[in-house]
Design a protein around this ligand. Structure first.
Ligand SMILES: Nc1ncnc2c1ncn2[C@@H]1O[C@H](COP(=O)(O)OP(=O)(O)OP(=O)(O)O)[C@@H](O)[C@H]1O
Length: 394
């Protein structure tokens, strides 16, 4: 692992570390066909954190599993997934195995199911290094201790001799991160990495991720239901609905002026600024009335239309494509490559995006509705959880 490079957290001018284009994933079973992901595109640059949010079943995990090349044989994948210029869609299993762990790694919600209960954690971290880097047992053990230290495990040499059950949930998640970053991957996918943890332990894990992107320039794709987590760490946010990307924007802009009615609904649960969050309350995504659409059909309309109180005939007849609503600011454009990879862009797939300025409604319906006569109150960034001193190992 190279710790000497200290890339900026600002999206770089380099090509994206991971570039997903027009990704589709279809599961075919004897009884049904599920279009789990449909035409999804995103980029994530070195040192950048892209948060992926959306209701349960919208395709967040399937997308990540597709990127990792770990989908079951019932899935067919279309489009392109480029990792540092290398195409992964269609790559053979041995190539993917080589990429996984070395250039691309993933951490999951529940580390206990991924760790081997009968091996010490030092051994488990060391095994990854031996497998991918071919180093000896002693060197692997020493590197494992360094890695445990890097992810903030106190007394790492001693802890390396512990078994998973001897550690707290937060410490186990740190071990999983150490395993994931053992070979200094360019891209780390974190699927709900803090969901099973309480809010103070969660903050410690976010700090580890933050330091990875700052110190090692790791590009991070973070899947979460937690808006507090998004506010804490993300640079940009991709909102998914029914297998598609429906909005994508820099994090402040998404919280400040969400343009898709679906995103506005999701953000309804943003904690009120100044109000201390109650124990266990995390600013989860809001439940939106109505049913999540079935993914077995691909209707020729906006998939959110049946749940959208602002939809009209057009929404029920034509599917809106993702379009750029705001190009990068002038300042961003001066940064070569910034616009090219969409870092500063705000995009939404809606015929009638929520207006930014209430005095210039883009659709008469917004003006007609009493609740839209003024621009709806802008949700603020959720409150940050308090930082713990140092979470204790059990
Ligand atoms: N192996 C499979 N066969 C058929 N359908 C599948 C398979 N795996 C996932 N799906 C379907 O793909 C859709 C997307 O699932 P996915 O797990 O990606 O959702 P998600 O957004 O990650 O949800 P959650 O937030 O609950 O984890 C769901 O409708 C799910 O039922």
């Amino acid at each position: 692992m190279t710790t000497s490079t200290a890339p900026s957290t600002t999206p770089s001018t380099a090509p994206p570390a991971l570039s997903v284009r027009d990704l589709s994933v279809v599961f075919r079973t004897p009884t049904r066909v599920v279009h789990a992901v449909d035409g999804l595109s995103y980029d994530v640059a070195a040192g950048e954190v892209l948060a992926v949010v959306g209701e349960s079943g919208c395709g967040k995990s399937v997308t990540s599993t597709a990127v990792m090349g770990l989908l079951p044989p019932t899935a067919s994948v279309g489009g392109s997934i480029r990792l540092g210029g290398r195409e992964l869609v269609g790559a053979d299993e041995s190539e993917l195995r080589d990429v996984r762990g070395r250039e691309l790694a993933m951490i999951f919600q529940e580390p206990m199911t991924s760790l081997n209960p009968v091996l010490t954690i030092g051994r488990q971290v060391g095994e990854v290094l031996r497998r991918h880097q071919g180093i000896g047992r002693r060197a692997a053990r020493e590197r494992a201790v360094d890695l445990l230290d890097l992810v903030g495990i106190p007394a790492p040499a001693q802890r390396a001799r512990d078994y998973p059950h001897q550690l707290s949930g937060g410490m186990r998640q740190r071990v999983m991160i150490a395993i994931a970053i053992a070979c200094d991957p360019a891209v780390l996918i974190a699927d709900e990495p803090t969901t099973a943890l309480d809010v103070t332990v969660q903050a410690g894990i976010l700090e580890v991720l933050q330091s990875l992107r700052e110190r090692l320039g790791t590009a991070i794709v973070l899947i979460t239901h937690d808006l507090g987590v998004v506010a804490d760490i993300a640079d940009r946010v991709l909102v998914m609905y029914a297998g598609r990307g429906v909005e994508q924007a820099p994090v402040d802009e998404l919280f400040g002026t969400p343009r898709h009615p679906y995103t506005r609904g999701l953000l309804g649960a943003v904690p009120v600024p100044g109000r201390r969050r109650a124990e266990g309350e995390r600013g989860r995504l809001q439940e939106i009335p109505g049913l999540v659409p079935s993914l077995t059909e691909q209707p020729d309309r906006c998939t959110f239309q049946p749940r959208c109180s602002y939809a009209d005939e057009r929404c029920g007849e034509q599917r809106p494509a993702l379009r750029v609503l705001r190009a990068p600011r002038e300042r961003d454009e001066r940064q070569e490559g910034y616009e090219r990879y969409g870092h500063g862009r705000h995009e939404a797939a809606c015929w009638y995006p929520v207006p930014v300025h209430p005095e210039h409604p883009e659709h008469p319906q917004y003006a007609e509705r009493p609740e839209r006569s003024e621009h709806p109150e802008r949700p603020e960034r959720p409150e940050r959880p308090e930082r713990p001193e140092q979470e204790a190992a059990s």
